[in-house]
Design a binder for this molecule. Structure first.
Ligand SMILES: Cc1cc2nc3c(=O)[nH]c(=O)nc-3n(C[C@H](O)[C@H](O)[C@H](O)COP(=O)(O)OP(=O)(O)OC[C@H]3O[C@@H](n4cnc5c(N)ncnc54)[C@H](O)[C@@H]3O)c2cc1C
Length: 455
């Protein structure tokens, strides 16, 4: 039903308690928001981090998206460093991250057999075997633990179970945000606001320009009691038979990328980044209910098929679906600069690049809305067109955006200036100083327009 067909009720205004007063409030503790909060706090800002759920991590934990992609470019340089590196190191210490050693990042069948089922492949390459690359398979619960550790160590004021619902504004500035909680509405006052909701919730409430994006949604799930060794041996010893079974499995689930199951750091547990369900709007409750019904039915159908037909899956059981619906794209900011598909695919370098992923560069302007002085975004809803977002929304680059946004917020506070007045060179310098790659030194294959080169 459309907004216009609904009847409406008028809500009375009410007094709302102020529960925090800080330099920076970050809304959303997914990969981007977590990085933004930690980065701003480590740079000296007082930070409040608001999250609607009990856990931190967004799609990387609650959404059970379990491989970090877009960390290397075609030249095999690692392009997402800083907080991404630190996060992976912390996961590794908990035996919760697996990735190929650099010397095994090769293109041959031996390495393919060893690493492809970890998802450490360059899935952009239309060739077989695809190159093995630096990508990281991880455990979602460890992601939550590491996120909490880092937030606590950085002395971020964490407020979970707090659903952002509105902004307080004076002129073109946001003076605070309102969160809905079990205790009623609560206000957080802040000088700078980082929208890391993935859906531009804050930006929309503040009147930022945006476009409605949409992409397939997925109820990601995990199976346990899988004999992965047997499954892989069968795949390689009976390739034709395997292909037939696999094709049917993908038909049963109704849409999956090349591999419908991947290994995880937990023995016998595989994650299934499927089904692909088009036509759902990730913001509309009625759509999400329908997607939940459809996704759960499909995953049980796949389990039944796999138990009957896929060697290694005879005893497989449903470990569970992700807590959060897998939403890839909804509203996208249309800010100071809108990154296009051509920018991403031509590897266009911008003078004000503050972070990057694979072979794409993210200009500082694409984190800034037009007309709102103290709001910055980080994450999958940055200022980008729908097709470009599909190619530039992976977890590590979203974390790097967050790290850059946290730095920018602090620089704005230090200089007592608007976010758009912060010099991108200062952000780049600070990012480098904290071990992050701001993408200011373009790779050899970058497209550098003459005007940019001359600047
Ligand atoms: C099914 C699927 C498969 C994917 N596969 C991969 C992959 O293999 N590798 C990869 O690197 N990337 C993958 N991605 C992309 C990646 O997961 C996301 O683009 C990335 O997580 C975006 O990070 P984010 O922080 O911007 O948003 P999110 O991860 O969506 O985090 C947003 C956070 O904000 C919180 N929030 C939202 N609204 C509010 C509110 N109003 N109040 C308070 N809190 C709020 C949410 O609860 C959440 O914690 C996949 C995505 C999906 C959906």
């Amino acid at each position: 039903m459309s907004e216009r067909q609904l009847t409406h009720v008028q809500l009375e205004g009410s007094m709302v308690p102020v529960v925090a007063d800080c330099d920076v409030v970050v809304i959303g503790a997914g990969p981007a928001g977590h990085s933004a909060a930690v980065s701003a706090a480590r740079n000296g800002s007082s930070v409040t981090l608001l999250e609607r759920y009990h856990h931190l991590g967004g799609m990387a934990s609650g959404g059970m998206v379990l491989v970090l992609d877009d960390m290397v470019n075609e030249g095999n340089e690692i392009v997402t460093t800083g907080l991404v590196d630190e996060f992976v190191e912390r996961l590794e210490k908990q035996d919760a991250a697996v990735y190929p050693p650099r010397e095994e990042c090769q293109t041959n069948w031996e390495m393919w057999q060893k690493w492809s089922r970890w998802g450490c492949i360059d899935f952009h390459k239309a060739m077989m075997p695809q190159p093995i690359i630096h990508a990281v398979a991880f455990d979602p619960d460890a992601w939550k633990r590491v996120s909490l550790d880092m937030v606590r160590e950085a002395k971020v004021n964490l407020r979970t179970h707090s659903w952002f619902s509105d902004v307080l504004m004076e002129g073109g500035k946001i003076t605070g945000v309102i969160a809905q909680t079990k205790m009623g509405r609560q206000a957080i006052r802040a000088k700078i606001v980082v929208d890391a909701t993935g859906d531009l919730d804050v930006g929309v409430a503040a009147g930022a320009d945006y476009t409605d994006g949409q992409f397939i949604v997925t109820t990601v799930f995990r199976l346990c009691d899988v004999d992965t060794k047997k499954a892989i041996e069968f795949e390689f010893s009976h390739p034709e038979e395997y292909k037939k079974i696999d094709r049917q499995a993908r038909r049963v689930i109704g849409g999956a990328w090349g591999m419908w199951w991947l290994k995880t750091p937990l023995p016998g547990v595989v994650w299934c980044n499927c089904p692909h369900m088009p036509g759902y709007d990730g913001l509309t409750p009625e759509h999400m209910v329908a997607a939940e019904y459809e996704g759960r039915e499909r995953m049980m159908n796949l389990l039944a098929y796999a138990r009957e037909n896929v060697p290694g899956f005879e005893n497989a059981k449903m470990l569970g679906a992700a807590e959060q619906m897998g939403i890839r794209q909804t509203r996208l900011l249309q800010g100071e600069y809108v990154v296009t598909k051509d920018d991403v695919s031509s590897r266009r370098y911008f003078q004000d690049t503050v972070c990057r992923g694979r072979d794409y560069y993210t200009p500082y302007r694409s984190l800034l809305p037009k007309g709102i002085d103290n709001l910055i975004v980080a994450g999958r809803h940055y200022s980008v067109d729908s097709d470009a977002q599909k190619l530039s929304r992976e977890i590590p680059p979203c974390m790097s955006q967050g790290e850059a946004a946290g730095v920018a917020a602090t620089l704005a506070l230090e200089g007592d200036i608007a976010l758009r007045q912060v010099d991108h060179k200062d952000i780049q310098k600070r990012m480098r100083a904290q071990g992050a790659d701001p993408g200011d030194a373009p790779s050899a294959n970058a497209l550098i327009e003459p005007a940019v080169a001359a600047e």
